[in-house]
Design a protein around this ligand. Structure first.
Ligand code: G6P
Length: 308
């Protein structure tokens, strides 16, 4: 069925929580022709020099144009074009704004996307990325030294400086998400093992989820420790928890992905290509927990589209 309104996905998480990686995978599954991807870092109020002078972190709401961001989210949701600011991570300053027309799906990734109720209400699907802290810190060191040209000492200083602002403003947004995605290392692994990372997906009853219980209980060969579906509590409320470990058997993972793809097929004639990719530079490796997370998100977006 042809719908006019773009469907908005919000992906929020602390610095280097994996937002860009997840967004890229979702865009790849749905196809770049159907997805507009924006990053809310572009709404920083001050450039790097000004932030240093004012001693304010980029993560602080006062350092971001929350009102403009909010306004732009609703314009995109209505299908209207926006003139979006651009923050350049290389120069630490702003580039000229760009004209953005929303496609069928709009992914907004950033630090403060769920900060106000009005912002949250703009999204059809909300995801909060909550990797284990040691993993996030590892990712932060890697990204900021390799891609952003900082030394390890500078990254450490920035992490130390940001603890309070992250605790007070970023992490509290976790409770507003429909899905919380917690990646963690296998026991005993000290290195970042992207393809083997385990994930807990906390599924809140704020949106409709596929019936994993039926799949896990009745499909032969799926009663493995690497895939569990349990009822739990999170932030004091009952939730479903889908736990997928990185060593999940290929057959099990692919069967689970097929179930989700079947659902997607019912919503849309989507050609799924490149699921399960773990992006690191130009390399693509298969991470089933990540692939399943990305596919599941596409399922939610398609569902939202049907009901919009
Ligand atoms: C962190 C955040 C970014 C933010 C940046 C600004 O790294 O994850 O999203 O834009 O801080 O700081 P910068 O390194 O560009 O001065």
């Amino acid at each position: 069925m042809q719908r006019n309104r773009p469907i908005l996905l919000g992906i929020v998480g602390d610095s280097a929580a994996g937002k860009t990686t997840i967004s890229a995978g979702i865009e790849k599954i749905l196809g770049p022709d159907r997805v507009t991807n924006i990053c809310s870092d572009d709404y920083h109020k001050f450039n790097r020099v000004q932030r240093a002078e004012k001693n304010i972190s980029a993560l602080h709401p006062d350092c971001n144009y929350i009102d403009i961001m909010q306004h732009n989210f609703y314009q995109l949701r209505r299908g209207e074009a926006i003139l979006k600011p651009v923050y350049n991570h290389h120069t630490g300053d702003f580039d000229p704004p760009v004209y953005i027309e929303p496609k069928e799906f709009v992914i907004v990734e950033g630090l403060l996307g769920f900060y106000t109720k009005k912002m949250r209400d703009a999204f059809d699907v909300k995801i909060y990325l909550d990797p284990d802290e040691e993993l996030r810190v590892d990712w932060k060191f890697k990204r900021d030294t390799v891609k952003r040209g900082y030394t390890r000492d500078q990254v450490q200083a920035s992490l130390d400086k940001r603890i309070d602002v992250s605790t007070n403003y970023i992490r509290p947004q976790r409770k507003f998400a429909d899905i919380v995605c917690n990646f963690y290392r296998p026991d005993g692994a000290e290195e970042e093992t992207g393809t083997n990372l385990n994930t807990n997906l906390i599924l809140r009853p704020t949106i409709h989820h596929p019936d994993f219980a039926e799949f896990i209980d009745h499909r032969p060969g799926t009663k493995e420790k690497c895939l569990t579906f349990t009822l739990g509590r999170d932030e004091g409320l009952p939730v479903d928890i889908l736990q997928i470990t990185g060593n999940i058997k290929q057959m099990t993972a692919e069967t689970l992905m097929d179930i989700i793809i079947d659902h997607l097929d019912k919503c849309d004639d989507l050609t799924i290509d490149g699921v399960g990719c773990y992006f690191e530079g130009d390399e693509e490796k298969t991470s089933y927990p990540l692939g399943i997370t990305q596919l599941l998100t596409c399922y939610h977006l398609m569902n939202a589209k049907m009901n919009a």
